[in-house]
Design a protein around this ligand. Structure first.
Ligand SMILES: Cc1cc2nc3c(=O)[nH]c(=O)nc-3n(C[C@H](O)[C@H](O)[C@H](O)COP(=O)(O)OP(=O)(O)OC[C@H]3O[C@@H](n4cnc5c(N)ncnc54)[C@H](O)[C@@H]3O)c2cc1C
Length: 277
């Protein structure tokens, strides 16, 4: 234990040998312990609320003679807008057995870089392009909003839900396929709309998404699992993802986002009031 002088208020502070950061109990400034003294980092507002102070997880700080280690982060409100299947990885201590009823479809997504090619008669490629009698969803022209009038390359993002078999079987089948096999599958579909597309292709990247989209299995929509997953945790962590509905569409994403935002508003600025009003 050694004594150091606060660079802000000259208060004497006791510092352990292994302390790297300390907070002054008198002026609440936050300081780094250096070899030969202290280095001022930031002030704390009024009481002991940090202002522009960022503590790293695992970092030790000393306040009022006691050493604290940052082991977690607390927030008054968190909106969880990622799939529910991730909950056990981030919050392993929370109940998540209802996840067994959440069924996600795997998808294959191909990103195809091409030279601009002749798309034939009629409408030029749009943002979202559905292939007549196609096997997938079609493709998005990802650089559709690029400002260049004549882009040197096009980026086509082609989507295919793997939904013929049960998801687990589809995942196994998907990872067993070679890049060449996927490429041929994509091209066979694209050729229906663009017979000569192959001549313009520069690169094809294939990405498999094991749990790309929720699918409404029998009993899920009116079941208990969906209901349980929608409940906020301690009125602090609010869930907002389309998988809470069982149907992966924008309306559901908006709905749960709106609901979660409402809960946050009710908990903060308009405590006690109805946010719908
Ligand atoms: C090609 C295509 C066309 C579509 N067309 C339509 C349409 O016409 N109409 C319609 O209603 N819907 C459509 N959809 C579906 C719609 O896009 C989705 O339902 C909607 O985007 C879901 O929103 P969300 O906020 O629930 O999830 P997402 O928008 O998927 O957001 C989830 C977020 O979680 C992040 N995430 C995932 N895993 C992790 C992780 N491990 N760590 C950190 N972050 C993670 C993702 O990066 C993503 O940002 C379409 C989807 C596709 C792919």
């Amino acid at each position: 234990m050694k004594q150091r002088i606060c660079t802000k208020c000259t208060n004497q502070i006791s510092v352990n040998d292994n302390d790297t950061f300390v907070a002054c109990p008198k002026c609440f400034s936050y300081q780094e312990v250096t070899e030969d003294g202290m280095k001022f980092l930031s002030s704390f507002k009024n009481s002991n609320r940090p202002k522009e102070v960022c503590f790293e997880l695992g970092q030790s700080i000393r306040v009022n003679g006691r050493t604290y280690t940052i082991t977690g982060i607390t927030q008054r409100n968190v909106i969880w807008a990622v799939p529910q299947m991730l909950r056990p990885y981030v919050m392993p201590q929370q109940k998540s057995d209802f996840l067994k009823d959440f069924s996600y479809s795997p998808w294959m997504v191909a990103n195809i870089q091409t030279k601009p090619f002749d798309t034939g008669r009629g409408q030029a490629p749009s943002w979202d392009n559905v292939i007549y009698e196609g096997n997938g969803l079609g493709y998005v022209l990802s650089n559709h909003q690029e400002l260049a009038q004549y882009p040197k390359t096009w980026q086509l993002t082609y989507y295919k839900p793997l939904a013929d078999l049960e998801p687990a079987e589809e995942r196994k089948r998907a990872i067993a396929k070679t890049h060449e096999e996927w490429k041929n599958e994509v091209l066979n579909d694209l050729r229906k709309a663009h017979p000569k597309i192959e001549e313009s292709i520069l690169k094809i990247d294939i990405k498999l998404w094991g749990h790309a989209m929720i699918r409404p299995i029998i009993g899920f929509i009116h079941g208990q699992a969906r209901h349980e997953a929608q409940q906020s945790l301690n009125n602090k962590i609010h869930f907002a993802h389309s998988d809470l509905s069982g149907v992966s569409i924008f309306e559901e994403a908006f709905f749960y986002g709106y609901e979660a935002a409402g809960k946050v508003i009710s908990n903060t600025h308009h405590k006690g009031t109805n946010y719908h009003g």
